[in-house]
Design a protein around this ligand. Sequence first.
Ligand code: ATP
Length: 229
Amino acid sequence: MIEVKDIVKRFGRKTVLDQVSFTAEKGQITCLIGVNGMGKTTIMNAIMKLTPLQAGEILVDGEKVTKDTFEKIVFIPDATIMLPHFTIEMAMEFMKDFYKNWNQRRADDMLAFFKLNRKDKIASLSKGNTAKVNLLLGLAVDADYILMDEPFSGIDIFSREQIAEVFTSHLIEDRGVLITTHEIGDIEHLIDKVVILNDGKIQKEFMTEDVRELEGKSVIDVLREVFVQ
Ligand SMILES: Nc1ncnc2c1ncn2[C@@H]1O[C@H](COP(=O)(O)OP(=O)(O)OP(=O)(O)O)[C@@H](O)[C@H]1O
């Protein structure tokens, strides 16, 4: 389980995260939702130890993230992480050298699933294919937890549908997924848990099954209640 406990993040005098706590469990897809600038990416960066916190802690399976536990988590950012002159094949080689738990068979499965050509240069890819390569490079790491920042951002409907299919496939299996997205409609039916961030605090945290079955609402209904007064 990823446990985010009372984290506080300030940039200068601006408090972006004010005692934020939530959990993301293995075997579940947890979606972090908030309007632009609410601190979703900052939370992802904090989990990956890419940004220091003023207070609070983050535990993964009960332990602080260190070099030893680092391979438990993989972060798939929304921007290209590879050098543009790399081919997809070179990017895979790079990841293979970097991560002990790189899974080439899964990478090959995803190349075929997304119909990508391993000889294509990263710089020559469309936005949709760039997102697919990012996803491939992240999901081919055998990590227990996957963080995805806006995997659907700026991508056409067909690529979005293909990417959404990944969430119901063996590629996710029993892993824990923490995802931020504005395109909630694409994966609303696949999400197990929603965490709503508003004004630096967690406004609501719920299991989607509970709101569907007990309250007869969709995730979008709940978002409307929170954000549209
Ligand atoms: N390095 C930084 N220095 C100063 N302010 C920052 C820095 N990084 C982020 N911020 C501010 O922190 C706030 C949260 O940013 P963050 O990128 O985490 O939001 P977000 O919810 O991911 O937004 P979006 O949905 O637009 O991606 C924003 O107001 C942003 O301007």
